[in-house]
Design a protein around this ligand. Structure first.
Ligand SMILES: NC(=O)c1ccc[n+]([C@@H]2O[C@H](COP(=O)([O-])OP(=O)(O)OC[C@H]3O[C@@H](n4cnc5c(N)ncnc54)[C@H](O)[C@@H]3O)[C@@H](O)[C@H]2O)c1
Length: 226
């Protein structure tokens, strides 16, 4: 694997995943600049703040569709655009970012939880479909990190406090923890790994849901455990 150069030398291109013409232009540019592609990292998610804050039963039809299109269907479009370029290299690695509001309900994640469920299904189907061409498809299921998108999710601070208090590793994850796993998934170290959801979450996915504890944190109580 090549080492990345100076950040000033990185190539940046616009891409709106709801607009096929920008996706086509992006992959044409990649073809002319690099001829092929080794890895694709999908770290895209969007839902209207209103649809995150409404009860699940009240998510609007348009809001549900928008969250699905931007956060889940985009993986299909990007994977099918990337696959021919990865074929040029004899294979590749596609990595997506997800959040475990899928196996268990996380209050406040609503429309995005539905989109992440669809994204995770996509990981398995694409892994089967693209495996013949040695293209591997995996997702990293990350613990809560403060970012612009995450600030739209109600209760993020409570989730972070809860992680620190009760997760097996008693510590919140950092963006570097996600990056390290992405490097592993992009490299030949993971050459036989595909179709997986890899948890980088301090181990919280092994715990039974403790929603009562999260609510206590939200209301400012210092005690954990529900
Ligand atoms: N922050 C967390 O706690 C957390 C936890 C688990 C998973 N994730 C996932 O990590 C990924 C990155 O999110 P983040 O938290 O770093 O927030 P972020 O705001 O930094 O990233 C979201 C990205 O989505 C892009 N995006 C939104 N609409 C788009 C569109 N139509 N076309 C192209 N790009 C579009 C934005 O430009 C932005 O770069 C997301 O998939 C998110 O669900 C985040």
């Amino acid at each position: 694997m090549a080492t990345l150069g100076n950040p000033e030398d990185f190539l940046l291109f616009p891409c709106d995943v709801t607009d096929d013409s920008t996706i086509d232009a992006l992959f044409q540019t990649i073809r002319s600049e690099w001829k092929g592609l080794d890895a694709l990292v999908h770290c895209i998610a969007f839902a209207d703040r209103d649809d995150l804050n409404r009860p699940f039963s009240q998510i609007s039809r348009t809001g549900y569709k928008l969250a699905m299109e931007v956060s889940a269907y985009s993986l299909n479009v990007l994977a099918r655009s990337a696959a021919p370029l990865m074929d040029e290299r004899g294979g590749g690695s596609i990595i997506a970012l997800t959040y475990n509001a899928v196996e268990k309900a996380v209050p406040g994640y609503n429309a995005m939880a539905a989109a992440k469920a669809a994204l995770e299904v996509g990981i398995r189907y694409l892994a089967v479909e693209l495996g013949l061409g040695k293209i591997r498809v995996n997702a990293i299921s990350a613990g809560p990190v403060r970012t612009l998108s995450a600030s739209a999710v109600k209760g993020l601070s409570a989730l972070r406090r809860w992680t620190e208090e009760v997760s097996p590793l008693h510590e919140n994850i950092t963006p570097e923890d996600i990056g390290n796993t992405a490097v592993y998934l992009a490299s030949d170290l993971s050459r036989m790994v595909t179709g997986n959801i890899i948890f980088v979450d301090s181990g919280t996915h092994v715990l039974a849901a403790q929603i009562g504890a999260m609510r206590q944190y939200e209301s400012g109580s210092e005690r954990g455990g529900a």
